[in-house]
Design a protein around this ligand. Structure first.
Ligand code: NOJ
Length: 736
């Protein structure tokens, strides 16, 4: 990392953000000159006046916003108002407010702006840090063309529950993988120097445990043991902080009775105390206002909520109006200490300095014309390819044979807005590639027969008739994610994670039609689709693949690109199996097929068998594993395996390392991912995968302390979380 604005504290190869002494002096100086109201203003985030995704560059400034900025009453804005208005507002802040402190504009740039990448759940299936980082750089560059300084991403909630709609926004169910994703995204968004005009401040959210909401229902209560919180939900946040993230957004929910928005244990003891976070914390939308009855009910009124949230460590009030209305009053009567207020303001100013806003407050309006959108679209195409997971391929129906007559079915086969996924910003639908466009671009002889929609009635006879002239049927299935109906993303929990509507009827009709049948899924969560998985010949999990999605998915289906994605979530057979995750505890009676006294459902195959397990994904070739070995070398454990491409064409394997601590002071998961290596292999080629795991990574948290991993371990160097030859190694005693 280039220094200058940052002082770096290197921790495990990462670099937590810490303001440099020279910056701290400038902040001291400002704090001395600021009035109480001006200080509060730095903690207030209001809407920029434009929430529309239409042509935000047009129209006048919102006078309410302009006045607040000019008076220094709103130091932070949210939502995209366009670069021209951003600069006008910035001018008011810099030239008309008394101290000239610049504003900072935040917006949800989660997986796309003008060009849109696959949803994060899809991206996570690429298991590719370079890809993630590069995409975040591109998103940052596009965000900058609208004056955006700060994105509310990456979303780092580990989720084990397919019912939760926001699983679409996260990197899946594994803390280790999500931590690697966190680091890559933070580095991509912020770059080596967030002040270079091409990057934005990242925001780690939703801190923390949001993915564990009861029943998979959004905003719902979370009860987690401190051990599980530390071992499963906190690691991606710690990794993001250590990678230098400039901000963190506490979540909406109540954690063990205490709302995350006013939770000193999470905000002060853990985030600042243990992780050393020095950036700013920002509430989720209106969440300080939710602390009062009839909602969470931990403060009697908004004024007390403002005081309580600040005392707990919440620096910025996003859209509650609690700080704007009540904080100064609480300081005047001594309920909120002047030092606590200054501390929060310091955090905000630090981030503004880190972004270079004091030196270069204005956004470069020429940036828009300089964007290489074609290059971005190509990058999104590669991302879509890498996010695709091939779940089934019988009779080698894929890749599609040259010259085969393909009939493409379903409304998702040719709908440009349905490709994008949960966060859409200023995408231009006409520029998006649907699957139909992608198949045509790859030279497939394709006829589009929509036949059915996601939610409408299905005419099975029409489906069978449309299949008649096909050599291969490509049928699309899944969830809607467009601007009108959204079936994944925020507040879209589902009590039934099967195929929506009557899509099951399509499955039955196509089974009856008897043609080779490729199913392509466009969705934002693992779906319970045992019947579809059984009936089709090939199953392509395409997720919501983004603006170049149709091209990327078609590239994999035609063999222009190899399928290389691997699942980062388990797929259930039935909704009732949720939450379902590979890294579960064994129980006293681990599942054994056919043994009725081992943990099971009498009407579903899990937990012993997920429909598709974490880590799973096929290629067009198969891979052989041999000579799997593990050795303890000093402070690391070294895993090696010879992996052979058994096919006649190139392929890429994601070699995964899983570990189980056999005996510990508390029961430990049956397997935990500890590393992976991607191997590109020509047909017939063998390479040795070598994966090193620090011994320290075998430890875990218990009762507030880090327990070192010791004694006997099992390990698997494997293609997914269910397979692989069992190995053993020992840490300590004779083993080290
Ligand atoms: C609410 C969402 O929970 C959060 O993810 C988002 O960043 C904020 N709204 C701001 O739009």
């Amino acid at each position: 990392m280039k220094l200058g604005l940052f002082a770096c504290a290197a921790v495990a190869g990462a670099c937590a953000f810490a303001a440099a002494p020279a910056t701290e002096k400038k902040i001291d100086d400002l704090l001395k000159r600021m009035t109480l109201e001006e200080k509060v203003g730095q903690l207030v985030q209001i809407g920029s006046g434009d929430f529309a995704s239409g042509d935000v560059e047009k129209g006048p400034l919102d006078s309410r916003v302009a006045n607040a900025v000019a008076r220094g009453e709103a130091g932070l804005l949210i939502s995209c108002c366009g670069i021209r208005k951003y600069n006008q507002l910035q001018k008011l802040a810099v030239e008309e407010s008394r101290l000239g402190i610049p504003i900072m504009l935040g917006h949800d740039v989660i997986h796309g702006c003008r060009t849109v990448a696959p949803i994060p759940l899809g991206l996570s299936c690429a298991w590719d840090e370079e890809l993630w980082r590069g995409l975040a750089e591109t998103l940052a560059a596009e965000a900058r063309t609208r004056g955006i300084d700060w994105t509310f991403a990456p979303m780092l909630d580990v989720s084990r529950d397919a019912r939760w709609g926001r699983i679409a926004e996260c990197a899946g169910q594994d803390p280790f993988l999500a931590s690697r994703y966190a680091v890559a995204m933070v580095r991509g968004f912020q770059g080596d120097n967030p002040a270079d005009g091409r990057h934005v401040a990242a925001c780690l959210k939703h801190y923390v445990g949001y993915g564990a909401c009861e029943g998979g229902r959004d905003y719902n209560t979370v009860e987690l043991s401190d051990d599980t919180l530390r071992n499963v939900y906190l690691p991606p946040f710690e990794a993001g902080v250590r990678a230098g993230a400039l901000s963190v957004m506490p979540a909406f929910h109540v954690m063990n009775g205490v709302p995350c928005s006013a939770n000193p244990y999470l905000l002060r003891d853990t985030l600042r105390g243990r992780f050393g976070f020095e950036g700013l914390t920002v509430s989720d939308w209106g969440s300080i206002g939710e602390l009062v009855p009839p909602r969470h009910g931990v403060y009697a009124n908004l004024a007390d909520a403002a005081a309580g949230a600040l005392a707990a460590g919440m620096d910025v009030d996003m859209m509650s109006d609690a700080y704007r209305k009540h904080l100064a009053g609480k300081v005047k009567i001594g309920v909120v200490g002047a030092a606590a207020l200054d501390e929060a303001v310091r955090h905000v100013l630090r981030v503004k300095f880190a972004l270079g806003l004091f030196e270069h407050p204005y956004a470069d309006e020429k940036l828009l014309g300089k964007l290489d959108l074609e290059k971005h679209a190509e990058q999104m195409r590669v991302a879509a390819r890498k996010s695709v997971v091939l779940l089934k391929n019988e009779k080698r129906v894929l890749p599609l044979k040259k010259g085969a007559r393909v009939v493409l079915m379903g409304e998702l086969g040719d709908n440009p807005t349905e490709m994008l996924g949960t966060w859409q910003t200023w995408n231009v639908p006409g520029e998006n590639a649907t699957l139909l466009a992608g198949l045509k671009a790859d030279g497939v002889d394709v006829v589009y027969a929509p036949c059915y929609t996601v939610t409408g009635a299905v005419d099975a006879a029409a489906v069978v008739a449309a299949a008649t002239n096909a050599d291969v049927v490509v049928a699309t299935f899944g969830e809607l994610c467009g601007p009108n109906v959204s079936m994944n993303g925020e507040n879209t929990s589902r009590a039934d994670v099967g195929l929506p509507g009557e899509q099951d009827k399509v499955v039955r009709a196509l089974r009856a039609a008897g043609k080779p049948f490729v199913a392509v899924l466009f969705n934002g969560r693992p779906l319970a689709i045992p019947e579809l998985a059984e009936a089709c010949d090939a199953l392509v999990e395409a997720w919501n693949p983004g603006s170049s999605g149709g091209w990327g998915v078609a590239d994999v289906m035609t063999g222009v690109a190899e399928p290389t994605g691997r699942l980062t979530v388990d797929f259930p057979h039935k909704t009732g199996e949720c939450p379902l995750y590979y890294n579960r505890l064994q129980t006293g009676r681990p599942w054994v097929e056919g043994n009725m006294w081992t943990t099971r459902y009498i009407d579903a195959p899990s937990p012993g068998k997920s429909l598709f397990p974490f880590g799973f994904g096929l290629a067009y070739v198969s891979f052989g594993y041999a000579n799997e070995k593990v050795s303890v070398e000093g402070d690391k454990v070294v895993f090696t395996a010879d992996v052979t491409n058994l096919g006649g064409r190139a392929g890429e394997e994601v070699v995964q390392v899983y570990v189980r601590d056999v005996v510990a002071c508390v029961s430990r998961p049956r397997r935990e991912l500890k590393g992976w290596r991607r191997l590109e292999l020509a047909g017939g080629e063998t390479k040795t995968a070598r994966i090193e795991v620090p011994v320290s990574a075998l430890g875990f948290w218990h009762a507030g302390r880090r327990v070192p991993g010791e004694g006997e371990f099992r390990a698997w160097i494997a293609p997914d979380s269910d397979r692989g030859r069992e190995l053993s190694f020992t840490i300590g005693g004779n083993g080290k």
